[in-house]
Write a protein that binds this ligand. Structure first.
Ligand code: NAG
Ligand code: NAG
Ligand code: NAG
Ligand code: NAG
Length: 187
C-alpha cells in the first residue's frame, strides 16, 4: 500500500519535472485572431513573439503556411540567410519582416488582396532552440459596389422629373382643349 503510494508520487513528480524541463519560454500570439479586409486592399498581419529579453534571438526560422492550400508562402532562416516566397500566388504581393523579431513582432504585408487569399495562415517560428506557432484567419470580402448606388439616384430623380413633366403636359393639353371647347360653344 505505502510502496504503491510512493510509486504514484514519484510518477507524479517525474511528470511535473518533465513538464518543467520541456516547458518553452517562447510563445506566440496574433495581434488579431481574424483579419477582415476588402478585395484589392492591403493588410498587415502581425504576430507577437514573447520571449525572455535577456537572451537575444541568435537563431530565427520562420515558416508561414496557407493551411487550406497546404502551401508554404514564406520561409526565413537567419543562419543561411534564406528569405523566400515559394508560392507564386503570393509572389510580389507578400512582404514579411523577420528583422522585427528583435522587437518581438513579425509583420507580413499582403497587398492587392484576392478573394481566394481567404483562409487560415499558420506561422511556425523557431527562436534559438525553442519552437512556437500560431494561426490566424484572413477573410477577404468582395468590394462594395458604391458607384452603382450613387448613379442609381440621379436616374430615379430623372424618371420622377419626366413623370412630372408628362403630367404637366397632360394638364396643359386638357386645359387648352377645354378652353377651345368653351370658346367654340360661346361663339
Ligand atoms: C525558461 O526560463 C527560465 C528562467 O526564467 C530558465 O531557467 C529556463 O532554462 C528557460 N527554459 C528554456 C527552455 O529556455
Ligand atoms: C497597397 O500597397 C501597394 C504597395 O505597397 C500600394 O502601391 C497601394 O497604394 C496600396 N493600396 C492601398 C489601397 O493602400
Ligand atoms: C486566386 O484568384 C486569382 C484571381 O483573383 C487567380 O489568378 C489565382 O489563380 C487564384 N488562385 C488559386 C490558388 O485559386
Ligand atoms: C467573412 O466575412 C463575412 C462578412 O462580414 C461574414 O459573413 C463571414 O462569415 C466571414 N467568414 C469567415 C470565415 O469568417
Amino acid at each position: 500500500m505505502w510502496s504503491c503510494r510512493a510509486l504514484l508520487l514519484s510518477v507524479l513528480t517525474m511528470n511535473l519535472f518533465c513538464a518543467a524541463v520541456g516547458q518553452s519560454n517562447f510563445t506566440m500570439s496574433a495581434e488579431q485572431e481574424v483579419y477582415q479586409a476588402e478585395e484589392k486592399s492591403n493588410i498587415t498581419i502581425t504576430w507577437l513573439l514573447h520571449f525572455d529579453t535577456n537572451r537575444p534571438p541568435d537563431f530565427l526560422q520562420i515558416d508561414l503556411m496557407n493551411v487550406k492550400r497546404k502551401t508554404r508562402v514564406f520561409f526565413y532562416n537567419s543562419e543561411t540567410g534564406t528569405e523566400v516566397y515559394p508560392d507564386e500566388n503570393y509572389r510580389g504581393r507578400l512582404q514579411c519582416e523577420p528583422q522585427l523579431a528583435r522587437k518581438r513582432r513579425l509583420e507580413c504585408l499582403l497587398t492587392d488582396l484576392r478573394l481566394n487569399d481567404t483562409g487560415t495562415y499558420h506561422c511556425i517560428v523557431v527562436l534559438n532552440e525553442e519552437i512556437s506557432s500560431k494561426t490566424c484567419d484572413l477573410n477577404v470580402t468582395a468590394a462594395f459596389e458604391k458607384p452603382v448606388e450613387v448613379t442609381s439616384k440621379p436616374a430615379n430623380s430623372k424618371r420622377i422629373g419626366l413623370h412630372a413633366a408628362l403630367a404637366l403636359l397632360a394638364v396643359v393639353i386638357i386645359a387648352l382643349s377645354l378652353r377651345y371647347l368653351t370658346v367654340k360653344l360661346f361663339k
